[in-house]
Design a protein around this ligand. Structure first.
Ligand code: G1P
Length: 309
């Protein structure tokens, strides 16, 4: 795996490690209706496990020790998924179904703490992050958006970009935002990073000059989209408290991060991973096929079905 480096000089003292990750799960999943009428979108399965489990596993593999779910009423099934289910475990045990039992027991390793916090009003991603302020305390933190699946976190030989991004934080103490290049007509769906025309290369952190949430394609400073993996200094929480509603009338994390740039360096971290937005039907289906293709047992079958369709 290439080593991460920063465009800016590293801090003299080594930065506090990032141990806590916020995963906002309070969205209503309207782009996935009717599938998400009664089921949280985060629990829709991609291949053999819910989307949220892939993302939690990605965070844990990168060294995160505490997962903070920012959730809402009606989404309790997410918490249940990570909890013990004694009756099910007992029955599987009694029937000697050890292989299945292993997949449902201890989804979260014993050393990982998972907590949930309610977001009463859907006021935007920035507001969701701010809801976790008390639980974060004075520490730097990660944010992972569960709509986005990064395939390099699912057993790729090319490295694990979120883990590499954590290493970049550890070297520099500078905030890191994972980015990827998107088509110009898609920039209006994302936070877009302006890297001052720098030639951005994968796994090498590059200084961001400005961030814009969902710009019009003609005004976008680049096609580098922030894709849902953030490593942030604690001071972002203070900035969020002052952030006014922005794009879509919501309190945008992107706007607080744009303000952060005036105080300290913030880097874009280009991933090479295949990414899928599971928050829409096309991306969700693509993610399921892509993960299914990684299983030798399913690959041929999938190829046959697709070629016959
Ligand atoms: C959010 C962020 C946006 C980011 C995107 C990634 O937007 O606000 O900056 O690029 O996630 O998926 P949303 O998709 O929630 O509208």
């Amino acid at each position: 795996m290439p080593t991460a480096s920063s465009s800016s000089a590293p801090l003299a003292a080594s930065p506090a490690p990032i141990r806590k990750a916020i995963i906002p799960v309070a969205g209503l999943g309207t782009r996935m209706l009717p599938a998400t009428k009664a089921i949280p979108k985060e629990l829709l399965p991609v291949y053999d496990r819910p989307i949220i489990q892939w993302v939690v596993e990605e965070a844990i593999a990168a060294g995160i020790e505490e997962i903070i779910l920012v959730t809402r009423s009606g989404k309790e099934a997410i918490e249940n998924h990570f909890d013990a289910h004694y009756e099910l475990e007992h029955r599987l045990e009694r029937k000697g179904k050890q292989t299945i039992l292993k997949t449902v027991k201890n989804i979260i390793p014993a050393h990982i703490n998972i907590v949930s916090i309610r977001q009463a009003d859907a006021l935007g991603l920035g507001h969701a992050v701010l809801c976790a302020k008390k639980q974060i305390g004075g520490e730097p933190f990660a944010v992972l958006l569960p709509d986005v699946l990064l395939l390099d976190a699912i057993g790729s030989p090319h490295g694990h970009s979120f883990k590499a991004m954590m290493a970049a934080w550890q070297q520099t103490g500078h905030g890191q935002l994972m980015v990827e290049q998107v088509a110009q007509d898609q920039v209006e769906q994302y936070g877009i990073a302006d890297v001052n025309g720098a030639n951005i290369t994968p796994f090498k952190a590059t200084a961001i000059r400005q961030l814009v949430e969902k710009p019009n394609p003609q005004d976008a400073p680049s096609n580098l989209a922030v894709l849902g993996r953030y490593l942030l200094p604690n001071s972002v929480m203070q900035l969020l408290q002052k952030t006014q509603p922005g794009a879509g009338g919501e309190i945008q994390l992107t706007d607080a991060l744009d303000a952060l740039i005036a105080q300290q360096p913030l880097n874009a971290f280009l991933t090479t991973a295949q990414t899928h937005d599971c928050g829409n039907k096309r991306g969700y289906l693509a993610a399921s096929v892509a993960v299914g293709m990684r299983d030798e047992g399913t690959k041929e079958y999938l190829q046959r079905i697709v070629s016959q369709t």
